[in-house]
Ligand binder design. Structure first.
Ligand SMILES: Cc1cc2nc3c(=O)[nH]c(=O)nc-3n(C[C@H](O)[C@H](O)[C@H](O)COP(=O)(O)OP(=O)(O)OC[C@H]3O[C@@H](n4cnc5c(N)ncnc54)[C@H](O)[C@@H]3O)c2cc1C
Length: 382
């Protein structure tokens, strides 16, 4: 079984060259100054790297999930922030539209988003509810033939700069939970107030709180079906979890490469740090963990691309393990660098902070385990 083909390796090469030419120069600025790399996003759009899975008809890369995975991995190796920004943009927003939007919505919005001319954000989480997404409180009410939407969204990546929002709202009683949620495609307008949120890692990704006050939408702004939002959300988040696992693989690789280079150059006790067996064992542990995460992530994407029912289990396994591995590898990288690793000069320090969100965003480690256990109960493991 070949998990990756020549086409995937070609996409990897393009993404790596792009990451080194365009992302590397802004990675520290994103982190230190919370700088949102608008111009780099536009450049990524020109190469189809922003929306690798979106149909070429709408300006996307036309690739499968493995294509997206190798792109995100290469971006993450240079900047966890840039990779996560692209993941939220290209998978949570654009791939969801690619799979569920109407032709008009795709023609009007998706082409501009794929080109990087307009920014898209996926707005599900709220102050009340992240893990318990079925309890969201943002309300969409039908008044005089149109929808009127009110509520607050929280932690929205790209939210500060987005031109379009894919917003999940309640379209029925709270007790109906996931059966009364609908997704709306809303353009940025005065009814949406976006405020910045300062975060620990993945800085420069435009994380925002959104206040929606009497936003108006028509039936033709619904993505998927009225009260059918849960299907859009679960499909999109299942794909997103493998994509986040790919970000994690990239972040882990970035941290590992930093540590290896440091260990080869640092001298102490009359030897290079890399000559101590403990350092060699640490680097070996890191590499073994990265290859484990990588294999899981590629395998999960392969299962999606080949329409295997085993994908749902594996996307949760890949996300859980890869996120944990990214945090652990980055922690070890900081340790190898000693005091330097704890300083703001160190890239390992940045990767360590970037890695942590991967255990929280798009479902925490605990939510991954909750879903995996539910699948065990259903007899999904064989
Ligand atoms: C930087 C950043 C970017 C983000 N980007 C986006 C975005 O673009 N769009 C979007 O919609 N959201 C986004 N999020 C939100 C993210 O998905 C949520 O933060 C996440 O799902 C967790 O939700 P919560 O913060 O409400 O935590 P909670 O759900 O309140 O969880 C708190 C704790 O309880 C644990 N827990 C939850 N359920 C259980 C259980 N059943 N058993 C035991 N423990 C449990 C959790 O694991 C966690 O440790 C982002 C968050 C951050 C920080």
């Amino acid at each position: 079984m070949t998990l990756l083909t020549q086409e995937h390796e070609l996409a990897r090469r393009t993404a790596r060259e792009f990451a080194e030419k365009y992302v590397e120069p802004v990675a520290r600025k994103m982190d230190r100054e919370n700088y949102y790399p608008r111009e780099v996003i536009r450049e990524a759009g020109k190469l189809g790297l922003l929306t690798p899975t979106v149909s070429p008809e709408y300006g996307g890369g036309g690739g499968d999930l493995r294509t997206a995975v190798v792109v995100l991995e290469e971006l993450g190796r240079v900047s966890g922030g840039f990779s996560l920004l692209v993941e939220a943009y290209g998978i949570l927003f654009a791939d969801a539209l690619n799979n569920f939007a109407t032709k008009r919505q795709k023609e009007e919005v998706l082409s501009k988003v794929a080109a990087g001319e307009k920014i898209g954000a996926f707005a599900l989480s709220e102050p009340c509810c992240g893990s318990d997404a079925a309890a969201i409180q943002t309300q969409a009410e039908k008044r005089g033939g149109e929808w009127v939407i009110n509520g607050t969204k929280m932690w929205i990546t790209n939210g500060l700069y987005a031109d379009y929002y894919l917003v999940a709202a309640r379209t029925g009683p709270r007790e109906a939970r996931h059966r009364a949620i609908t997704l709306f495609l809303l353009p940025r307008s005065k009814c949406i107030e976006a405020s910045p949120i300062e975060v620990m890692g993945v800085r420069g990704t435009g994380t925002a709180e959104l206040k929606l006050s009497d936003c108006r939408a028509g039936d033709d702004d619904v993505v998927g079906k009225v009260n059918g939002g849960w299907e859009v959300l679960t499909t999109t988040l299942n794909i997103g979890r493998t994509a986040v696992a790919a970000v994690a693989v990239g972040v882990a690789r970035g941290a590992y490469e930093e540590a290896l280079s440091w260990a080869r150059n640092r001298e102490l006790f009359g030897r290079r740090l890399v000559e101590f067996q403990n350092t060699q064992f640490e680097l070996a542990e890191m590499l073994a963990a990265i290859e484990t995460a990588r294999t899981l992530t590629y395998y999960s994407a392969y299962l999606y691309d080949t329409k295997s029912p085993h994908f749902v289990l594996m996307t949760h396994v890949a996300k859980l393990q890869s996120a944990r591995i990214a945090v652990d590898v980055a922690r070890r990288a900081v340790q190898i660098e000693g005091g330097f690793g704890y300083s703001k000069e160190s890239k390992a320090e940045m990767f360590y902070r970037d890695a942590k969100i991967l255990e929280i965003g798009e479902g925490t480690n605990e939510v991954m385990k909750y879903v995996i256990y539910k699948l065990i109960e259903k007899g999904s493991f064989h």
